[in-house]
Design a protein around this ligand. Structure first.
Ligand code: SF4
Length: 634
């Protein structure tokens, strides 16, 4: 069996660590287990998971769901599947969200799934979508027979006049593997529809979760929403003349926000915890004031109905203003609708500075309430990432710990990097920190001066990742002129094109130094080409301020796992994961060399030191520039 699997492997050699990973995937799929794998960049995770999972799936009539949150990973998965197909007969479908595949989706639809979904359903029901109406057996045969990137599938289907999403779903039942977003399994509504199309139950699915460190956050965000008072006020003004009844409801709700604001001021706080029933009761009270009172769900439906009425009603002269009102109404409808969830959520009213208007928001507290039942039912699950460390935490947080899912073996694995160890040097600097109590001009000047000293010796691309935009701005103002001349800066409001242009500047001009933030697009989402970054400085730790939200999540985990784990899970690890993501941008292939400077002495101290992966061999020094000089052999 081992030899057979390796003969299906579409590359000449199996890398160090890759074989071990493949064997573990094999054990997981054959034994119906859950594998949580910290597999550093370079192991070749995608092919290592797909070969054994697919072979088992094809022999045992299972389907592989390869879930990824990144567009670039869709591409890697499909390219890999094409290579595997040269040795094994298989069919695969690449699929993204319905609104991103729809040839008719205008910008507001791409932004609001609920509005788009209503539009799409209406068009289907009224037989007005000619893409949906057209059936093309020849096209389906081609999609089944070839392995297409989703962009190819969309443009090809659009040219033939058929709905790309429908065509992709129509062939999924014959597919051995579906490459799709996390939502296809972890968003209840979508998962139900997909499983129906697959004509199978979870017990026949092998789940592969790529970049799985993103999963807890994604599940939380799926069940979260916020509503700003400004949105209510602007919407009320926008419909004052056209819908007097809704205008009055909204003005009453604005009063609720004003009352909460006064209450916060009276208690000398920026945040107030609120209960689910508080808002439900407030809305019901407002609605009851009229003789022809409506209930909460009718109120939500009425908002959606008003938003739909905006379609095609505005002259182009007023289009922008109308779209803004429409967006606000959908935001409100989605918020009030999802607020009703009975899942355990943190619910907070905030007048804190980061919000430009008093804001009511909620967020799911425990992602395992969504993921655990899926892991319990699926045939096997493989979660993998280069920063899935510590694996035990992800098992706990996602509900895949041995004591949680009865009768399933859980494999926790940490593989070491296959790249030459001498290609990566990790230095922790003495005397520098962004710890709150040590912050000030003196510390910022020292950090800026050290960045300048290091930069003198870097040959090649360099990036400095700060814990926040505020610290990026402040510390940058102290940087030596030489660094400032070379700096290119990530801004909070940059759009996708601007970010791509910034990346291309960095890639094409080695003299440039990127100044960006941890947890942002340049430290997490962006895929750097080999050797783009040869030096990375991670300044400080992006620990969240002790907001009510952070304290609530930490408190929840303290209650569940005890004080030490609670603090690690709720507070420290999310920050360390951002640091590891930023630090990992330098080594993308065996040819890459990179020096990583963790510019905060806390990385050499308990408990932070213990949060770093086992293969992070760090040197603690106040002469980072000397290490840099030697690394680049000056
Ligand atoms: S049926 Fe297809 S083409 Fe028509 S609106 Fe819906 S997603 Fe778009």
């Amino acid at each position: 069996m081992e030899e057979k699997k390796q003969s299906l492997f579409p590359f000449p050699t199996v890398r160090e660590g890759q074989k071990e990973f493949m064997n573990d995937v094999n054990r997981a799929v054959e034994g119906g287990k859950i594998l949580i794998a910290h597999a550093p960049t370079g192991i070749g995770k995608t092919v290592a998971v797909l070969v054994p999972a697919l072979q088992y799936a094809i022999e045992n009539d299972k389907t592989v769901l390869f879930l990824t949150s990144k567009k670039s990973q869709h591409k890697i998965a499909i390219d890999t599947l094409r290579k595997i197909k040269e040795r094994m007969d298989l069919s695969a479908v690449d699929i993204t969200s319905k609104q991103s595949m729809c040839p008719r989706a205008v910008s507001v639809y791409r932004e609001f799934y609920s509005l788009f979904n209503e539009f799409c359903k209406r068009e289907q029901k009224n037989k007005r979508c000619h893409y949906f109406m057209k059936h093309d057996e020849g096209a389906l045969r081609r999609i089944k027979g070839e392995i297409m990137h989703v962009e190819e599938l969309c443009s090809w289907c659009t040219t033939r006049g058929i709905c790309p999403y429908k065509a992709a779903l129509d062939v999924t039942k014959d597919a051995d593997v579906l490459v799709c977003d996390y939502n296809y399994l972890f968003s209840h509504d979508i998962a139900e529809r997909v499983l129906e199309k697959l004509e199978t139950g979870l017990e026949d699915i092998i789940v592969v979760i790529d970049e799985a460190h993103n999963l807890p956050g994604r599940i939380r965000n799926n069940l979260s929403s916020e509503l700003r008072m400004k949105t209510i006020t602007e919407t009320a003004r926008g419909i004052r003349t056209t819908n007097r009844e809704m205008y009055e409801y909204l003005m009453q709700l604005e009063m609720t926000f004003k009352r909460l604001t006064r209450e916060a001021a009276g208690n000398n706080t920026h945040e107030i915890r609120v209960e689910r029933d508080f808002l439900l009761d407030e809305v019901e009270t407002v609605l009851r004031r009229r003789i022809d009172a409506m209930c909460y769900t009718e109120f939500v439906d009425s908002l959606r109905h008003i938003a739909e009425g905006f379609e095609g009603n505005a002259s182009s002269k007023h289009r922008n203003g109308t779209e803004a009102v429409q967006r606000n109404i959908i935001t409100m409808a989605d918020f009030f609708d999802s607020w009703q969830t009975e899942e355990k959520c943190l619910r907070i009213f905030s007048v804190a500075q980061q919000h430009d208007s008093p804001t009511l928001f909620f967020k799911l507290l425990d992602p395992s309430v969504v993921s655990e039942p899926i892991f319990a039912k699926a045939h096997a699950t493989i979660m993998m990432s280069g920063t899935l460390c510590p694996t035990e935490m992800y098992a706990d947080v996602l509900g895949a710990a041995p004591d949680r899912i009865k009768g399933r073996e859980i494999l926790l694995r940490e593989y070491s990097s296959p790249f030459p160890k001498e290609n990566r040097l990790i230095v922790v600097t003495k005397g520098l920190t962004t710890k709150y109590t040590k912050r000030g001009e003196d510390m910022y000047m020292k950090i800026a001066a050290k960045i300048g000293e290091v930069a003198k010796y870097v040959i090649g691309g360099m990036a400095v990742f700060f814990p926040s935009y505020a610290l990026l701005k402040t510390i940058s103002s102290y940087l030596p002129d030489e660094v400032r001349r070379r700096a290119i800066v990530e801004r909070r409001a940059m759009n996708k094109d601007e970010k791509n242009r910034l990346y291309e500047t960095l890639r094409d001009d080695f003299a440039k130094i990127l100044l960006a933030v941890q947890g942002g697009s340049f430290s997490e989402g962006m895929d750097y080409e080999s050797n783009t970054l040869e030096a990375i400085i991670v300044v400080g730790l992006p620990l969240s301020p002790p907001t009510l939200e952070v304290k609530t999540i930490e408190g929840y985990y303290v209650g569940k796992y005890g004080a030490e784990k609670g603090r690690l899970y709720g507070y420290l690890y999310p920050a360390v994961t951002k640091v590891l993501q930023a630090a990992g941008r330098g080594i993308r292939s065996e040819r890459d060399r990179c020096i990583i400077i963790l510019m905060d002495y806390r990385f050499a101290q308990y408990p932070y030191k213990n949060c770093l992966p086992p293969d992070f061999n760090t040197t603690f020094t106040d002469r980072a520039e000397e290490y840099c000089k030697n690394f680049f052999k000056w």
